[in-house]
Ligand binder design. Sequence first.
Ligand SMILES: [Fe+2]
Length: 283
Amino acid sequence: MTEGDDHRNDHRSDFDEVDFSRVNRDIRRVDDAASALEVAAVEGVVIITGVEPGPRAARRLAWRIFGDRALAVPESAMVREGGEMDRRPDGLDHTTRSKPHTDGYSYGDECPDYFLLSCEYQSEAGGESLMLDGYALLEALAGHPGLAWLTEGLSTRVIDQTEPGKRLSHSTIVQTTPSGRRMLRRTADQVPLIDSDDPERDAEMIRLWKMAIDRAADAVEPSERPKLRAGEAVLVDNYRMFHGREAYADLERLMWRVWIWSDEAKGVPEGMLHSDSRFAAQL
Ligand SMILES: [Fe+2]
């Protein structure tokens, strides 16, 4: 086996040697919008307390946090069991943990760089937040020589990241934006390019990337995770963090989501915007 064949190894044992402990993020709580962005810029995520309920208040809060730095803050979208307008992957509902993912990937490379989730009603049983630090994950993987091909491929191998029927996205999983931020993605629709020169290697890279994220999610007990409560909102760096939630019991659980394009976003999509994929059809 040559170095170039590294992707054909069985990497389960490599992952046993990776330290995923720094990938799970504790979330700090602040009580003012003014310091929220500062904390999120450093830590990737922050919870804001004392938040007014409802969709309009969630959008106003996003405007308040970003001020002049907001390029687009569309109307809030209702999030109930995966979101009003979102596809729900087969076999997943409120009784299963959601896969940690990037939001807004219907917009491809122009996905929102931040988003806000305002909690109106929480489920007493379950529904804890999963927040995984993608930058820490890349660092953890980079520390393992057997996975060098993987971390390299994530920023050099162009794959197809287009959600069916939505904005075209042929690009690398890890990118650096013109403003210098690294943008990472984990979505349900990452596949090798149809004309890839090495589809087998690309498929293995994508499979391991997702496996690494899921392994990191498994590293913390659900009961040790923070839960968003009514009157709280979480602000997430969508380029850096993968987010999900634990299974929950109460179907009344209700959040309002606001997608945010700041002046550091890779780009603002053309056309009308909403905080879900309703306007993201392929142009
Ligand atoms: Fe999401």
